[in-house]
Design a protein around this ligand. Structure first.
Ligand code: DGJ
Length: 724
């Protein structure tokens, strides 16, 4: 609910569990009075007065909790909106002009964003500020969802004059939080070790989390949280932000010297400037903000709910995702049709539903050094082309999926030979290669159209039900032959807008194709990609032990239904580690389950176990995909990891516990469950019954491990009547 008190210039955005309160002051400045736990409407007068007095060396404006600060005219901190005016200065003095309040949520032009399906699901408030001197307007947009404890924010800048203005920093959200004694938490990583949660005290220093790579990246995720010192997974105040965007971003937590900390997120100003001509508008990506007074799990659950149902879209959003087999780790580039069909036959036998043909099916691609862009089947490997193999897979009763890496062009490709200027590059400079490839310049419409046509030709004619959309390097020389010098710093963002146009077109044209996003594993795991593709390949690291860390960290923001997770061979190809088939399956179960190994090479025993895993997944999919996920024990804390799923109706509970190493003379290790019905009975298939209270307060004892890397998955059904 959004309350507006026009006379007092006050806006109270009240979610299920949060309040976000804005006030126009006597000079027309927009102040943020509170973002935190929900408060009753009308509780703000004291807060307004709070900022009125107090002597300071600096001008008064420097101590105000401005909602959209700009430097140059008294505000001494980090501006959320920064410009270069035609006269060379950077001054903005933004003053309140008006507001509109509407039911529902308008789409953001050209950008992915959270959405609603009916107008009664949300209210959107747009507050307009205007510079006192220049005809520049800032439209701040806020959406409060009825069913989700997340606030969606974005900023639109409109140049109503005739002179251009250059936008040098335009954060999607920037919130001055009261308090400075916070820890911050971010998701740090690298290829094959994505999204490890790191927590540290802010200790008065400004913190910046960013990517400049033209992708959200493996190294940092577009996410930053502030936590009260005492906050844990299960209790305490936590604020978090993420961005519905897949390119370079910057998130900051900046303490001022008046006891506030500004939390913000948006495009990365280090690699993005935008020239806004008179009459033009610029729309920032959308930021999602959440507050939880129930610790980090509460924050994650708020994000999970919104992302799963109101960021992810389309035919597959709510449908059970198929159990898949991917041939990458089974064959790499070395396959032919016969081999693929042999794997698919075994897959059919154990109940797999989708066969995915990975890299190496096109051009003359026997290694990763050529042919991207030449999307024509290699007849040496596939004599009947893609249609030939997809027909055979379909005849087995499986769906057929295909890998693409459409944004790339290696110098050794017909596409590059025909269009050497279609890649990102800087005039007269060497073109830096990575994985022996360059990046197509998706800021250019003819390049976007080429990709749309090439991919459509295959999706439309060759019997493809699933696409793995990969992207295996980040930007260097991120400039365009098609843009004038003063717009070169727009290339990265224009690339993303181009990519989104391609994805919008393809997903609209092929609504029933299931798209999975990938970027060398999880190098572009963000809400921008999830808007077009409801699942992402979480990491190229398929080692079960490593996946505990990666999936645990990923779940801080993203729901399990968004994570691809596969059982692969041992010794594991990334780590050389050997873990049991059961452990590998029990870890992969907490995502979109699949296999990534040569099923024709499995022992009968492992094959039987694989078939059992598929049966289990199929019977649990509803809860795994749509249930409430809670982290119970962190693998970063010790030898164990655990999480739970509870079905939407609360009647099914799934506990997943993992132990890395065997312990000598082991002590009891209990794990307390969370959020259950304390009075109800939760019964295992073997009849053993516990009350919810027992499970939450006493906990479950992990079985004594007999080998390294062991796991335990327990399914309980809730019975409503208490035990006699
Ligand atoms: C990187 C992906 O993450 C892998 O799964 C695989 O598809 C390779 N690319 C293929 O080149």
């Amino acid at each position: 609910m959004i309350y507006v008190d026009e006379a007092a210039g006050r806006f109270h955005l009240q979610g299920k569990g949060y309040s976000y309160c804005l006030q126009v002051d006597e000079e027309g400045r927009l102040l943020n009075l509170h973002f935190g736990a929900r408060i009753p409407d009308g509780s703000l007068r004291r807060l307004v007065d709070d900022y009125r007095d107090g002597a300071s060396f600096d001008p008064k404006v420097s101590r105000l909790p401005l909602e959209l600060p700009s430097p140059g005219a008294g505000f001494m901190g980090e501006g959320a909106l920064q410009v270069e005016n035609t006269n060379g200065d950077n001054i903005l003095r933004l003053r309140y002009e008006g507001y509109t309040l509407l039911d529902g949520k308008p789409a953001l032009e050209g950008l992915p964003a959270s959405y609603v399906e009916s107008a009664d699901e949300a209210q959107t408030l747009v507050i307009t500020l205007k510079d006192e001197l220049l005809p520049l307007r800032a439209e701040l947009s806020y959406t409060v969802f009825r069913d989700h404890d997340v606030l969606a924010r974005s900023l639109r800048l409109v140049n109503g004059g005739t002179e251009p203005v250059t936008l040098t920093k335009m954060q999607s959200a920037s919130v001055p939080l009261y308090g400075e004694d916070f820890d911050y938490l971010h998701l740090k990583g690298g290829w094959a070790r994505e999204r490890r949660p790191l927590r540290a005290p802010l200790a008065g220093a400004a913190v910046r989390i960013e990517s400049r790579r033209g992708a959200s990246g493996h190294e940092e995720n577009p996410f930053l949280a502030l936590m009260e010192k005492s906050a844990t997974e299960r209790q305490g105040r936590v604020w978090g932000e993420t961005l519905v965007y897949s390119g370079s971003f910057m998130a900051e937590a900046v303490p001022d010297n008046f006891g506030n900390t500004r939390l913000s997120i948006g495009l990365n100003p280090g690699v993005c400037r935008w020239r806004l001509n008179g009459g033009e508008a610029f729309q920032t990506p959308e930021a999602l903000l959440a507050f939880s007074s129930e610790g980090l799990n509460g924050l994650s659950q708020a994000f999970h709910g919104l992302i799963r149902t109101r960021v992810c879209r389309g035919y597959w959003r709510d449908r059970e995702r198929p159990v898949l087999i991917n041939n990458w780790e089974a064959t790499y580039f070395n396959f032919n049709e016969e081999k693929l069909v042999a794997i698919a036959e075994k897959a059919r036998d154990i109940g797999v539903e989708l066969f995915v043909l990975d890299d190496g099916w096109f051009g003359k691609r026997d290694s990763d050094n050529c042919s991207l862009g030449d999307w024509v089947a290699d007849r040496r490997k596939l004599p009947g082309g893609i249609k030939g193999v997809s027909d055979k897979i379909h005849a087995l009763g499986l769906r057929f999926g295909l890998w693409f890496e459409p944004e790339m062009v290696p110098p050794d490709s017909d596409l590059y030979r025909a269009h050497p200027d279609w890649c990102l590059h800087a005039k007269d400079r060497p073109r830096t290669e990575a994985r022996q490839q360059l990046i197509l310049d998706l800021s250019r419409q003819e390049v976007q159209d080429y990709i749309i046509a090439a991919v459509s030709a295959i999706l439309g004619n060759e019997g493809v039900d699933y696409v793995k959309w990969d992207m295996n390097r980040n930007m260097t020389e991120p400039f365009s032959a098609a843009l004038p010098p003063e717009r070169q710093m727009e290339t990265q963002h224009r690339y993303m807008l181009g990519l989104y146009r391609v994805l919008e077109t393809l997903t609209a044209a092929f609504p029933q194709v299931l798209f999975e996003s990938c970027s060398g594993g999880g190098g572009r795991f963000d809400c921008g990609m999830l808007y077009y593709m409801p699942q992402t390949w979480t990491s190229d690291d398929t080692d079960a032990n490593e996946r505990l860390y990666i999936q645990y960290g990923t779940s801080v923001v993203y729901p399990p239904a968004a994570m691809g997770a596969h059982v692969s061979a041992v010794p594991n190809h990334q780590t050389g580690r050997v873990s049991s088939f059961k452990m590998r399956g029990d870890v992969a179960l907490a995502g979109n389950f699949g296999f990534e190994l040569d099923l024709t090479a499995l022992s009968p025993q492992d094959l039987a176990e694989a078939a059992e895993q598929v049966r289990t997944i199929k019977s649990l999919r509803g809860t795994l995909q749509k249930g409430t996920f809670t982290r119970l024990e962190s693998p970063f804390a010790g030898n164990y990891a655990a999480w739970q799923f509870v079905s939407p109706d609360g009647d099914e509970l799934l506990f997943c516990g993992y132990q890395r190493l065997v312990e000598p003379n082991p002590t009891t290790h209990r794990i307390r469950l969370c959020g259950l019905d304390a009075e109800a009975i939760y019964r295992l298939d073997d009849g053993t019954a516990y009350t919810g209270g027992e499970l939450m307060e006493i906990g479950l004892s992990m079985p004594i491990a007999k080998e390294d890397f062991s796991s335990c998955v327990l399914r309980f059904r809730r019975e409503r009547a208490p035990r006699a």
